[in-house]
Write a protein that binds this ligand. Structure first.
Ligand SMILES: Cc1cc2nc3c(=O)[nH]c(=O)nc-3n(C[C@H](O)[C@H](O)[C@H](O)COP(=O)(O)OP(=O)(O)OC[C@H]3O[C@@H](n4cnc5c(N)ncnc54)[C@H](O)[C@@H]3O)c2cc1C
Length: 536
């Protein structure tokens, strides 16, 4: 089956929806999305979106904070663009209907309330209580629904990009093959411009704050189509995910520490005291490593987040969502500490793109967490990712609209291959898929996690190679199936992370290797690029 549009967007988080809304007056848009349209990391974002909104703040300070977190690997131009466009991005979200918390104590009571998070030298986090992402996703989805030029196909999983020869045999992206889960068919969506907005890859790891959709599909699809990826070793672990036997992936926002909560070992020791001048508001990698070290030293399964210094009324009004959820689980955060552990949270690397989010494959763009614009360097500053997603998706939309006519004629000249792989259906030996899912995620957690060693990385590489071959074989032999597609992607993305981590023989930002504890600017003050072959 074939569908056609001017623009195909894969993913309905903040990045994909911003792109769709920004190009809809230039042509038809199809958004395909893996599950229900709101199932995304965006929907889970609690803290907020960083932007310079207060008179006491400045672009220079936000730029400096971002560069400091990125430890030499941020692309300064990308940071400047995002930060300077921040206030405009917030206004754009408000124009699309997002309602953010206001500060009643400000003159007139109508200016935005600004939170503070780790690594930020100022209060600059625009938020909607502790449900910022849900509010943004709600607003963008209703704006999309009201737009007759945009259609959304839910339960459609992108499998592979359509790569076709255009005019003069020029290779380009002509759309995407997707599994229509409900219809039980593979649909080929042909388009002049294709945009990957598939989010992150937290599911590569055993413990993650990410939703189930985050299996690195966009990185895997682009890489298989020959597009280079950058800095895949820089995976951010959020320091404070709820530790609870029944609940997976519930994040305790960094903003809780911004309000005065502190981390303690189970014996009551302040974990961050003496570790970093900003103590509990140190950059995330520093905090996650300190917790990891404490847990490895004490053998405890978690540490505690102590909120005794924050007034109960403030906790309930600032964090109503976290408060209510914890009450349901029998934890009253106004009276008792919250048990927390670190978990895989954000991919700082991704598909290599330029400042308009073009990839190396003509007609293909990548936006949001799946893309590497260079904004985050070796570590992302809190709340900078929603900002990056809005600013760069709008830039991508401008660039894509400008080349639409040219891309239309490329597409007209292109051969348009239909899906030639297997038909959808259940995998006959499902146990093999389940087993390999578990193996990949545990391997990545134990061997390629917060603290790394060369030996563990080499072992991880030796172990993932046969899994990759086995999974490729399943893909060629078995019916197309959601679990198999995702397994194929997490195995490939895991391999890309391991190869990148092995290449970088230093410690920098999120990448900490015990064998090379120092940073080495002489050899590694540059991005890790995998362009089909070995990293370089
Ligand atoms: C718990 C949590 C809290 C966070 N808090 C903050 C915060 O406060 N501030 C901040 O700046 N950042 C925060 N982040 C990070 C931020 O939310 C994400 O980086 C951002 O939302 C990513 O947006 P996106 O549009 O790129 O991807 P997502 O919002 O993850 O959307 C990805 C979309 O792609 C779809 N998709 C994936 N694969 C396929 C496929 N194969 N086929 C079709 N569709 C596919 C998914 O279904 C989904 O619709 C948080 C992240 C998490 C997990």
């Amino acid at each position: 089956m074939i569908e056609r549009a001017d623009f195909t967007v894969v993913g309905s988080g903040i990045a994909g929806l911003t792109f769709a809304l920004s190009v809809a007056d230039r042509g038809s848009v199809i958004v395909i999305t893996k599950k229900d349209d709101a199932e995304s990391a965006t929907n889970m974002a609690q803290g907020g979106i960083a932007a310079v909104m207060a008179g006491s703040d400045s672009f220079d300070r936000h730029i400096e904070d971002t560069l400091a977190a990125g430890v030499g690997l941020c692309r300064r131009e990308a940071v400047e663009i995002a930060v300077r466009s921040g206030p405009e991005a917030v206004r754009r979200l408000m124009d699309w209907g997002a309602r953010f918390s206001t500060d009643a104590s400000s003159p007139g009571g109508s200016s935005l309330a600004l939170g503070r998070e780790g690594g930020h030298s100022e209060r600059r986090i625009v938020h909607a209580q502790d449900m910022t992402g849900r509010e943004i996703e709600r607003a963008l989805l209703s704006a999309v629904e009201a737009n007759p030029n945009i259609s959304v196909l839910e339960d459609h999983i992108g499998i592979e990009l359509v790569v076709a020869g255009g005019r003069a045999g020029r290779r380009g992206c002509a759309g995407v093959h997707a599994l229509d889960v409900r219809g039980g068919a593979v649909v080929t969506v042909l388009s002049a411009v294709t945009v990957l907005a598939t989010g992150g890859c937290g599911k590569v790891y055993l413990y993650t704050t990410n939703p189930d959709i985050a299996s690195g599909d966009g990185v895997a699809m682009a890489f298989r189509a020959g597009v280079p990826v950058r800095n895949m070793e820089f995976v951010q672990f959020h320091p404070t995910c709820l530790y609870h036997p029944e609940v997976k992936s519930f994040l305790i926002s960094e903003a809780v520490r911004g309000e005065g909560a502190v981390l303690r070992s189970l014996s009551g020791r302040r974990i961050m005291r003496g570790v970093h001048p900003r103590e509990d508001l140190a950059p995330r990698d520093v905090v996650a490593r300190a917790i990891d070290k404490t847990m490895k030293t004490t053998g405890d399964k978690h540490v505690n987040l102590d909120l005794s210094a924050v007034a109960p009324g403030r906790i309930r009004s600032r964090f109503p969502n976290i408060y209510e959820r914890l009450i349901e689980l029998g934890i009253d955060m106004t009276a008792a500490p919250i048990p927390v552990v670190p978990a895989a949270h954000y991919l700082c690397g991704g598909i290599a793109v330029d400042l308009e989010c073009r990839t190396a494959l003509p007609g293909l763009y990548a936006v949001g967490e799946v893309a590497h614009t260079g904004m985050h360097g070796a570590n992302r500053l809190a709340s900078n990712s929603l900002l990056e997603a809005v600013v760069f998706s709008e830039r991508a939309a401008g660039a894509a609209a400008a080349e639409l006519d040219d891309r239309r004629s490329e597409l007209a000249a292109a051969s348009s291959p239909e899906w030639s792989g297997n038909r959808p259906g259940p995998v006959p030996e499902g146990v093999l898929i389940d087993y390999n899912w578990d193996i990949v995620r545990r391997l990545m957690w134990d061997y390629v996690g917060i603290g790394r060693t060369r030996r563990r990385l080499e072992l991880a590489q030796a172990r993932i190679s046969p899994i990759l071959s086995e999974v490729t074989d399943y893909f060629l032999r078995y019916p197309v199936n959601r679990d198999l597609l995702e397994l194929r992607n997490i195995a490939l993305v895991g391999d890309l992370i391991i190869r990148s981590a092995l290449w970088r023989e230093e410690s920098r930002g999120l990448h900490y290797v015990e064998d090379y504890p120092e940073r080495d600017d002489e050899h590694y003050l540059r991005d890790t690029v995998i362009d089909g072959g070995v990293p370089q």
